[in-house]
Design a protein around this ligand. Structure first.
Ligand code: DQA
Length: 165
């Protein structure tokens, strides 16, 4: 899934990889009291709309398999400018996904629909967070839109050498 729009100012269009981890394909019906009623398709459509407004291009993938997510990271690491990822349960134990993300050298934002710090103890640990620019947790589907706004700002600031973010 992708959308393309020229920034119109001679700058190359920014490309962002959006990754959804295991069980996020079930959003809408999966424990809606925790994850909300918004489906993954609705989240992706909102992201695509916002990407269009920001004149950035998105590459969106969901997988229930650790190796698939790693392969998608490898495939896209020289094609994209940043990564937004909700690693699902891999957040809490996948050193392999952390290493793959870290190897890209790209800015990364981690997103969680639920507030992982207000849930079971095992969810309070993210092995991914230390190699990210930041984490958005507990703001539901809107968290992805904030992540997109944030990563675009971070990438632009890095390009202009502005270190505010
Ligand atoms: C999640 C939180 C994880 O602990 C859980 O395993 C998920 C979803 C979230 O978006 O809140 O699958 O990443």
């Amino acid at each position: 899934m992708s959308t393309e729009k020229s920034a119109g100012d001679g700058e190359p269009t920014l490309k962002i990889l959006v990754l959804h981890g295991p069980n996020l394909n079930l959003l809408g019906t999966r424990e809606p009291h925790i994850y909300g009623k918004t489906t993954l398709e609705e989240i992706n459509n909102r992201l695509l709309e916002r990407a269009h407004r920001l004149a950035v291009e998105l590459e969106i993938h969901q997988s229930n398999h650790e190796g698939d997510l790693i392969n998608v990271i490898h495939k896209n690491m020289f094609r994209v400018d940043g990564i937004i990822i909700n690693p699902g349960a891999f957040t809490h134990y996948s050193y392999a996904i952390r290493d793959a993300l870290s190897a890209t050298g790209l800015p990364i934002i981690e997103v969680h629909l639920s507030n992982i710090y207000s849930r079971e103890d095992f969810r309070k640990i993210s092995v991914i967070a230390p190699i990210t620019e930041g984490q958005i947790t507990g703001l539901g589907a809107f968290g992805y839109e904030l992540a997109l706004e944030g990563i675009v700002e971070i990438i632009k600031n890095k390009k202009t050498g502005d270190m505010q973010c």
